[in-house]
Ligand binder design. Structure first.
Ligand code: AMP
Length: 299
């Protein structure tokens, strides 16, 4: 597996790959790779002729109090995991190369960037959209792979690709979890053993929410209060938001009759965690006819 740091070299590599008619799959990451990233890389390797993984801890998506400086970095481990998962190339540019001094262009997906995480992390999704745009322009992928773990990010990238007429496909893959249900995240390593136990409650509470929908509850307020109740009892958890939204627009829904995203963000100690579940209630009339089919899909 090749390691490229210079943007010009990356562009040249992509030009050559495209000239040879090879499809390029792209997995943008901030490194400290885990099994969630692995699933994206594997899928890309299975679907594309070549797979590029970027490692870039993007300063413009961290707030002033964010953990940019202490965000985990592990190039040796990342090389091993990416190579074993089938990546052909690691692209690890410097901050100065991606954001040279004097740059004044940003990309913003308006509206949906201010909701959910965006309401608590001003400018975060502008940072994400801008860096993803730069990386797409450099790598020129045919397909790019994102995780449902960052549901809002995936929705924003999808919208941006559609709005800007980019000739590429965005694939969004299910959340990879540890055995205890905790969604894998590079930040989980910050959690103490005790905090980790509290953190697993997020997934347990989301499963409960999915079960409520399965049982016929359709009111977002009922789902939200159920989640707040389930998580509020743990003093180690400080809830940031509990939202029930349309997964494409991230706008709150009035009723959960269609595919709905239930998303939470919470601080556990000094660590901010996010998790979510998609619930797809089967329409009642239909449900009577196809009773053998599972009424709730969550991933
Ligand atoms: P990050 O390195 O955290 O920026 O994540 C890079 C990509 O991996 C993003 O598209 C994330 O949504 C995805 N990802 C992170 N954690 C997981 C997970 N537990 N399961 C699936 N995808 C994930």
């Amino acid at each position: 597996m090749k390691l490229i740091r210079a943007i010009s070299q990356m562009q040249q590599w992509s030009r050559q790959a495209r000239r040879r008619g090879r499809t390029i799959g792209f997995v943008p990451t901030m490194g400290a790779l885990h099994a969630g990233h692995r699933s994206l890389i594997r899928r890309s390797a299975a679907e594309c002729d070549t797979t590029v993984v970027s490692l870039f801890v993007n300063p413009t998506q961290f707030g002033p109090q964010g953990d940019f400086a202490r965000y985990p970095r592990d190039l040796a481990g990342d090389r091993r995991l990416a190579a074993a998962a089938g990546a052909d190339l690691l692209f690890a540019p410097s901050v100065e190369a991606i954001h040279p001094p004097g740059g004044s262009t940003v990309v913003e997906v308006q509206g949906m960037s201010d909701r959910l995480c965006g309401a608590f992390r001003p400018g975060h999704f502008r940072g994400v959209a801008t860096v993803v745009t730069k990386l797409f322009n450099i790598v020129q992928p045919d397909r790019a792979y994102f995780g449902q773990k960052d549901a809002q990010q995936a929705a924003i990238v999808r919208r941006m690709v559609r709005d800007l007429h980019w000739p590429m496909t965005i694939r969004v893959l299910p959340i990879a979890r540890d055995r205890d249900g905790l969604a894998l995240s590079s930040r989980n390593r910050y959690l103490s053993a005790l905090e980790r136990r509290s953190a697993t409650r997020l997934h347990a509470a989301l499963r409960q929410a999915a079960q409520l929908t399965h049982d016929g509850v359709r009111e977002p307020a009922a789902i939200q209060s159920g989640l707040r109740e389930a998580l509020g009892g743990d003093p180690a958890i400080r809830l940031e938001y509990v939202e029930v939204v349309d997964p494409e627009t991230c706008e709150p829904v009035c009723t959960m009759d269609d595919r709905t995203l239930v998303a939470v963000a919470a601080w556990v100690g000094q660590t901010r965690l996010i998790d979510n579940v998609i619930v797809t209630p089967v329409k009642r009339k239909l449900a009577r006819n196809i009773s053998h089919q599972s009424p709730v899909t969550s991933h």
